[in-house]
Design a protein around this ligand. Structure first.
Ligand code: FAD
Ligand code: NAP
Length: 272
């Protein structure tokens, strides 16, 4: 969490314009796009640092900064983000007020290690998420390399209620997409989407936590894909308790976290 004096001119960041906003759940979840500085580079799965202008009664105007995973493809001309609204949150209470045409600051640096280049030689890519932790995995899905490198891609999204299953249609849409859909022709198991809705019982979804469905074998049963040390490469993102609980559970089965220069079969990112 950082504060900087508010100015539209800096070597460290650019002022971008909001071009599109889409609400998933009023006052709770929304997505938005901004213009993209031409020199801005990132690897799918990475995050940006975004700034919004705030006013402090004593210090005056400042920019509040937060980490945000990038949803959009690295070849898109825009940047897309998926956000929670935290009641009274310093950053999101302001972000949620902004409209198309308003300014969001974007640091020129890209960040993070939740990227598929952390792994070697996997066959099945598992992307396990809770809430807005789905965001980096959408960008990874937009990357053709993901589809070329893995035989199967499994994307698991855990939310409390059905209405929070953001990007559901977009994920399902990859199966018939004009480019990505080709990978699914004759191979309907290429992309497997697993919606997990923990506070409702709905057909076609799992309703126990990801930790529970890993432990009791329901996740493997639902997907038809075994978790296997040799084949599986597992990314986990979102609620820190969930990330930690899954990480410990998988570590007990022999999975190791990828570190710089030392590829493992697990990569994680905590959102708070
Ligand atoms: C690497 C990284 C990537 C992130 N990417 C995203 C993203 O793509 N989308 C996004 O909405 N947030 C993301 N976050 C969280 C984000 O940085 C802020 O915490 C969030 O915008 C809330 O800011 P705030 O100032 O309103 O509240 P804060 O003061 O930052 O947080 C207050 C509390 O709100 C809860 N909280 C914070 N973020 C979330 C969240 N995303 N979901 C559920 N509860 C939360 C936690 O209990 C936290 O203690 C990311 C965080 C990290 C570290
Ligand atoms: N969603 C709401 O309607 C709501 C309402 C009031 C306040 N809030 C606050 O808003 C914040 C974000 O809420 P959110 O719903 O986006 O995120 P969340 O509380 O992280 O829940 C998202 C998903 O993660 C699961 N989960 C949480 N902890 C887990 C763990 N240790 N292991 C495995 N799975 C786990 C949840 O299951 P469970 O359902 O079993 O927890 C749920 O399916 C939270 O701080 C929350 O207190 C949310």
């Amino acid at each position: 969490m950082t504060m900087t004096a508010a100015t539209d001119k800096s070597d460290k960041y650019t002022a971008e314009t909001i071009t599109w906003i889409d609400t998933w759940v009023p006052d709770k979840l929304f997505s938005f796009r901004t213009t993209r500085y031409q020199g801005y580079r990132f690897t799918p799965g990475q995050f940006a640092r975004l700034g919004v202008k705030k006013h402090h009664p004593e210090k005056g105007e400042y920019i509040a900064w937060r980490a945000y995973s990038i949803v959009s493809a690295n070849y898109d001309e825009f940047l897309e983000f998926y956000s929670i609204v935290v009641p009274d949150g310093e950053f999101t209470s302001e972000l949620a007020r902004l409209k198309v045409g308003d300014t969001v600051y974007v640091e020129k640096m890209n960040y993070g290690f939740l990227t598929t280049d952390r792994f070697e030689q996997g066959k099945d890519l598992w992307m396990l998420s809770s809430g807005t932790g789905l965001a980096p995995f959408i960008s990874i899905l937009w990357d053709m390399k993901t589809w070329e490198d893995y035989e199967r891609i499994i994307i698991v999204h855990s939310v409390r209620d059905e209405q929070e299953l953001a990007y559901r249609d977009a994920i399902e849409g990859f199966k018939t997409h004009e480019y990505f859909g080709e990978f699914c022709q004759g191979n309907p198991q290429k992309l497997i989407y697993v919606p997990v809705v923990t506070r409702q019982q709905l057909p076609g979804t799992l309703h126990q936590r990801i930790t529970t469905v890993i432990d009791n074998g329901e996740l493997e049963k639902f997907t038809g894909v075994p978790l296997d040390l040799e084949r599986s490469r597992i990314m986990i993102c979102g609620n820190p308790d969930m990330v930690d609980d899954i990480r410990k559970m998988l570590a007990g089965k022999g999975y190791t976290t990828s570190r710089r220069g030392q590829p493992g079969n697990m990569a994680v990112e905590n959102y708070w």
